[in-house]
Design a protein around this ligand. Sequence first.
Ligand code: GDP
Ligand code: MG
Length: 361
Amino acid sequence: AELIDVPANQLIGSAFKNLGLMVTINQRLDFDQIELLLDEFGFEAVREEEYGADMEEAVEADLEADLQTRPPVVTVMGHVDHGKTSLLDYIRKTNVIAGESGGITQHIGAYHVELPGGRSIAFLDTPGHAAFTAMRARGAEVTDVVILVVAADDSVMPQTIEAISHARNAGVPIVVAVNKVDLPDANPMKVKQDLLQHGIVLEDFGGDVMSADVSAKRGLGMDELLEKVLLQSDILELRANPDREAVGTVIEAQLDVGKGPVATVLVTNGTLRVGDHVVCGMYSGRIRAMLDERNRPVAKAGPATPVQILGLPGVPGAGDQLIAMPADRAAEIAQTRQRLEREKRMRIKSRGVKLTDLSKM
Ligand code: GDP
Ligand code: MG
């Protein structure tokens, strides 16, 4: 009751009403009962053996001295048709590293952009709020900065407000892109005033939220926008330890006809290398090959680098964690997770039977 912040008598009431269990306040419940009960309150019970001691030991804390500045990870949000996709497209297309031909060739759910001055930014390539909240619901909070796109001819709209509250709930700072400033009826000043009413105080008004007037279509102001994202990330002092075993988060994954299971992983700490053994969601395997967003093979990927990995025996889920570790331990953890998942599915099945039985009574 304490953990989920629900009064004990409410839990006891729900146990009786929904599970037919008469319990007292100092009675022990078994895992299955806890799982069903928590489900009624929108929580998922997870066994300690699943994510407990083993994983904690696997992801050791870093020493202060080992930490280095890492690039920010950015998600683009905003109201429909305000230009999220156009903005990501523009950045993707113009991001051709000097001396190289061709831009980003494949969609892998994330890409990384090299900027003049040797800095870089990782973009999650799925605009919108659904992806952001889905990742958060799975405990995967990978976004450091949200670019909030607001069209200057339309100003603040319902999904703008929704995006603001998502970012706020996640504690992620916003950089505002006032888009479509090329349009004759664009009114950037109105956007800034409207944002004020939702607690977003831009620098122009003496606040600390940075913004840039842009046109994703014409490419106006985009350098300034990326500059502001870097300034914002400097304030966050984002750091990671590149000299450790890799930890990452699955951004998206699918079964490729030619390559087998492929997963785009954003490395959040450490460095992932070809040949590493990993546990990833319910699977363990050896990284057979890695590809970047230009479809080029890479041997290693450091913090805040998205990379497509090949070599897993199955398709993990978006939001799943990846950890590099010795092969035998990875296999052991994957086996435990698969067993727990099977057991869970059995319980859900048997629960379904119970409910139909009840309805017949
Ligand atoms: P999304 O729904 O937020 O992803 O918005 P889109 O990127 O799909 O853009 C919606 C429409 O606005 C498209 O027709 C774009 O061509 C147009 N658009 C996007 N950015 C700009 C801009 O900077 N200027 C103008 N004039 N049109 C834009
Ligand atoms: Mg779009």
